[in-house]
Design a protein around this ligand. Sequence first.
Ligand code: FDA
Length: 535
Amino acid sequence: KITKLEMMAYYVIVFLALISYAGSVEEQSVSFKNCMKSSAGAATSIETIVLTSSSSQYQQTLQAFEQNPRWVNSSSASTSPTMPLVILTPLTASHIQAAILCTKKLGMQIRVRSGGHDYEGLSFLSYSKAPFVMLDLNKLRSIDINLADETAWVQAGATLGELYYKISKASALHGFPAGICPSIGLGGHISGGGFGTMLRKFGTAADNVVDATIIDANGKILDRKSMGEDLFWAIRGGGGNNFGVVLSWKIKLVRVPPVVTAFNVQRTVAEGATKLILKWQTIADKLPKDLFIRVVAQNTGANSATVQVLFNSFFLGGIDRLMPIMKQSFPELGLQAKDCTEMTWIQSALFFDGYSKDDAPEALLDRVTTFKSSFKAKSDYVRKPIPEAGLEGIWKLLLKEDVQAMLIMEPYGGRMSEIPESEIAFPHRKGNLYNIQYLVKWDVNTAEASSRHVRWMKSLYSYMTPYVSNSPRATYVNYRDLDIGTNKRHNTSFAEASVWGIKYFKANFIRLSQIKKKVDPHNFFRNEQSIPLFS
Ligand code: FDA
């Protein structure tokens, strides 16, 4: 039996432990600030760019751009992540260099956040107990377009929307092939590949990078020439936070016609959408490269009676050229000219983000996504059509979930099949019909809701096993999923990390870990799914 005295002693010990923890957090923050002051020079007031957990701006800055608040308010001790000891918002490359050297000296880690869209939040939280500094690149977002050589230098903190907008202001005949959500940051997106409506014509965003600047674990700024072709290969699709802090990318702009066309055709499963998907699976990757038709299949939340299927399409050209292609390849969809809308490329960026094409393009500059909610996602690659019975099983599972749940199926083929798997670190090429992203999102952010919906997602993923790629069951690193495996806190071996690494990077995982060993031999840049050193 515990006496009153023992109880009191227990509370005093807990209280003292909390005070000493708070003290050590405060001391570490002060040490970091002092180190920054002596390294970054007196020119900048460090106080204005460093936030500690006691700063009034800390919480707001932490949560401002994060897209998945699933864990931030988590009350479940077993899944509670660690938040940054300090948030640093660098204004210059020299601040990042100083931060790398100071964190190394003080035995801390670093996490980098560009757009904050990481599906598991790894840019702003950590599951290791080690104290870390979060670099928030929000102030490093300049975009310089050079139409003479059709390139642009973009800083990593810029968003896709900012890039698209800036390109459209400079030229009506250029664009860039990257993701659909405008608030995504270029730092993380291109590091993982990055694809959207033009992937069948031009490949991924990473395929269209011609130079980059990066700050390595020694605080050195490198460009393509000084980093060498190995590292330049690795940062194009090998995942963020592995090799250094990407400062900027030099991208190749692509030419787009003055008129593009978009359409949305919606059918329910009750109206025969399953048969349409059966046909879509046989043609979507073989259509002309100018045409991208993706499928979004979703329930409508609680008590859905049927699954809704959206054929959501982008075409690099006008309606007159699109209609004959559709009549010949996919007559079953019954597409008519009145279902299609002609627009400019920049209007299509608005359209795909759920705006009307006539809305002001400045909407693309909003860094906070309209999508923000708690969610869990996973992804797969499909190499042979899923049979009718397989699709019907998916619909049953979607109708079982009581919150919004969906599959987004994005066709590959075209340019994606022409680029060899080993050309850059992003490996998913020939042989894939399409990528599926599974998504479930909910509004009530409790640990109970989280675990229930994550459980549902796991059951769907398990159901899909016979229908998707295997050996490896490939998945896309930008749709990060910690369920497929994580590094151990210390000394994860190459063999252990291969369990998930080969799913993300296929055979490229070996070269990635060899490059990691060469450029970051002390594994300074690391997180729960960072590339391990080759052994
Ligand atoms: P964030 O800042 O969270 O970074 C992601 C990872 O990269 C982290 O590990 C981070 O540390 C690291 N990192 C960030 N900046 C870095 C830098 N400068 N140097 C080194 N490492 C850095 N994908 C896609 O291909 N097509 C799409 O259409 C979409 N759509 C989409 C919609 C929505 C609503 C979300 C939330 C996400 C997507 N994505 C996507 C996925 C997106 O591409 C992926 O989450 C990117 O990694 C996000 O990059 P951010 O910079 O925004 O994230």
